[in-house]
Design a protein around this ligand. Structure first.
Ligand code: SAM
Length: 114
């Protein structure tokens, strides 16, 4: 096994090199996640898998015994996510958007799990 450091926007691998391309909490930190997924798709062979494990709405806390707390927690989370979007151009709540991003990147057989 070997490791190589690289930029996800320009992965140092040839087209169709990998059976599986996977990232975790990376796309949420990028200003161009679609560009990154397209690059992941490029280095993955036809019939291979591109996988992303990212955050989404689950980042908000929910306490079924405390509706007020849950509502405040969700509002605080939304405010934080909106601030990062505005100040840094990043989508921290990218999870829900991944199926659409994967589709736009030309991928098929898309599955999403929570
Ligand atoms: C929240 S950390 C996640 C690290 C690791 N994947 C994990 O799950 O523990 C985000 C990582 O994305 C990396 N990163 C940010 N921009 C990148 C880029 N353009 N290409 C490759 N990695 C990048 C950062 O260096 C950082 O290590």
């Amino acid at each position: 096994m070997s490791y190589e450091l690289g930029d996800v926007y320009k992965i140092p691998l040839e087209d169709g090199y990998a059976d599986l391309t996977c990232c975790r909490t990376l796309l949420m930190h990028l200003t161009e996640p679609l560009k990154a997924v397209k690059e992941m798709a490029r280095v993955t062979r036809t019939g291979g898998s591109v996988v992303a494990l990212e955050g989404g709405k689950m980042g908000a806390f929910y306490d079924p015994n405390d509706e007020e707390y849950s509502m405040l927690a969700e509002r605080a989370y939304e405010t934080w996510v909106n601030g990062i979007r505005k100040l840094e151009g990043k989508e921290f709540k990218i999870g829900e958007k991944l199926p659409g991003i994967f589709q736009k990147a030309g991928l098929s057989g898309i599955k999403a799990e929570v």
